[in-house]
Design a protein around this ligand. Structure first.
Ligand code: PGA
Length: 250
């Protein structure tokens, strides 16, 4: 049975004291959540300290990005193996902000996926179309291509460790959420493509999260759908109470 997951993507927000405070609030509330895997993706600088602060907690940690290289002279980059050594178990790969602002191609993303898996990190692989691509009715093709070029070089054993997040770019940080129907339709499509490329077991066991202005008011309606296994939450993950409501929305 696939996992229900609610992952917070804190992006480039919160100074250390604020971040510690939010972590503390989430830790207190975590007791009210059951059967849901909670993952926090803070700025990478905080992971090591957070690992210590989360002793005895089931909350998992992830980074928001990793380098496509193993190690070496790449000033400013962070290697997957470093992330792992600081106590994270997940890493977001291919977020649309990375694709857009840092020109990450599907080929680069495929390499990042490889680095993550080689370091025993579970990638949270992001895919999703631009508004113009949806308006041209090209959204299924775009997502399928992102999956094929970024992910489907993995074998059956490897893909089992991947979480997929469908994040329509037009919904991220805009307050415009995909309707539950639009999200379910794409999630079902992703599962169908997984089945065609791999098999039924891979498709059924893969957690597919929705991301893009998912919040405390709309999470329930989204998560009620059969192919939506949780959310990758940006803005609303910065408030502990909202994050908790979302985690209780199954
Ligand atoms: P948002 O961000 O919830 O603020 O739209 C989601 C994401 O970018 O992962």
């Amino acid at each position: 049975m696939r996992k229900k997951i609610v992952a917070g993507n804190w992006k480039m927000n919160l100074q250390l004291n604020e971040a510690k405070q939010l972590l503390q609030e989430i830790k207190v509330l975590e007791k009210n959540v059951s059967d849901v895997k909670l993952i926090i993706n803070p700025p990478a600088l905080y992971i090591s300290l957070f690992r210590e602060l989360l002793e005895n907690s089931v909350i998992a940690l992830g980074a928001q990005n990793c380098s496509e290289h193993v190690s070496g002279a790449y000033t400013g980059e962070i290697a997957a193996q470093m992330i792992k050594s600081c106590g994270a178990t997940y890493v977001i790969v291919g977020h649309s902000e990375r694709r857009t602002y840092y020109h990450e191609t599907n080929a680069i993303i495929a390499e990042k996926i490889n680095r993550a898996l080689a370091s025993d990190l579970s990638p949270i692989f992001c895919c999703g179309e631009l508004l113009s691509e949806r308006e041209e009715n090209n959204h299924f093709n775009v997502v399928e291509q992102q999956l094929k070029e970024g992910l489907f070089h993995l074998n059956e054993n490897e893909i089992k460790n991947v979480v997929i997040a469908y994040e329509p770019v037009w919904a991220i940080g805009t307050g415009v959420t995909a309707t539950a129907e639009q999200a379910q339709e794409m999630h079902a499509f992703i599962r169908k493509v997984l089945k065609e490329f791999y098999n039924e077991a891979v498709a059924q066991n893969c957690s597919i999260l929705y991301g893009g202005s998912c919040n405390a008011s709309n999470a329930k309606e989204l998560f009620a759908n059969p192919d939506i296994d949780g959310g990758l939450i940006g803005g609303a993950s910065l408030k502990a109470a909202d994050f908790l409501v979302i985690a209780q929305s199954f």
